[in-house]
Design a protein around this ligand. Structure first.
Ligand SMILES: CC(C)(COP(=O)(O)OP(=O)(O)OC[C@H]1O[C@@H](n2cnc3c(N)ncnc32)[C@H](O)[C@@H]1OP(=O)(O)O)[C@@H](O)C(=O)NCCC(=O)NCCS
Length: 180
């Protein structure tokens, strides 16, 4: 789930907790399964992404974050670090086409919040946790492929659009980046 380089540090021992929402790094197979289940509900069932394109080879090594309430996962996202990415140019062949990283860049993705919990700050908490982990391990920049209907969310966190819109899994995306 997480490489030794990204083993649990002090930041993650103090699991962030506000009210009933707990935001934490995925630390077990059951937590990862719950995160992937949420992604299936959001990306495959709601948005029509082909199931074979949803989970990919990066899931095994990425750092995943989940937001839970009442024991139920209502938000998730992942960070893929440069050492976990295949070298160019094969990187561009997977979902997230167009997002390539260099040393010091973390690739954030698969951000998903349960429909009933959107616009409640859950996605923000997940994104902030991923960025905090990236900073902790020395990343200087975050890059992501944003669905064009979600650019407002990332812009509210300081991400800037770059380049042209491109399709991925049948959905328009655009590259966004932020200095961490
Ligand atoms: C995108 C997503 C992860 C955002 O999570 P969220 O929990 O709803 O976001 P937050 O409540 O933390 O939003 C924080 C701010 O981001 C902005 N924002 C959130 N969703 C937005 C949207 N769809 N369009 C424009 N701005 C948005 C708003 O400024 C919002 O603040 P406000 O509610 O006070 O106006 C969530 O809507 C989602 O899962 N969407 C479906 C899957 C998806 O498209 N994932 C992104 C793939 S790139």
């Amino acid at each position: 789930m997480t490489g030794a380089r990204h083993a649990a540090g002090p930041l993650w021992h103090s699991v962030m907790e506000t009210g009933r929402l707990v935001v934490k790094r995925v630390e077990s197979a059951a937590e990862l399964e719950a995160a992937l289940d949420l992604r299936t509900r959001v990306f495959v069932r709601e948005q029509g992404v082909p199931i074979e394109e949803e989970a990919d080879e990066h899931d095994a090594s990425a750092t995943h974050v989940i937001a839970l309430t009442g024991g139920r996962v209502v938000g998730t996202g992942r960070a893929v670090f440069p050492t976990q990415l295949p070298p160019r140019p094969t990187d561009g062949e997977a979902r997230d086409t167009g997002v390539q990283t260099t040393p010091g860049q973390v690739r954030i993705g698969r951000m998903a919040v349960e429909q009933a919990w959107r616009r409640c700050g859950v996605g923000s908490r997940v994104l902030e946790a991923l960025e905090a982990e990236a900073r902790r391990v020395g990343m200087e920049e975050a890059v992501l492929a944003a669905q064009t209907n979600a650019t407002g969310f990332y812009a509210s966190h300081g991400y800037r659009e770059e380049g042209a819109v491109f399709p991925d899994a049948g959905i328009d995306h655009i590259l966004m980046r932020k200095r961490l």
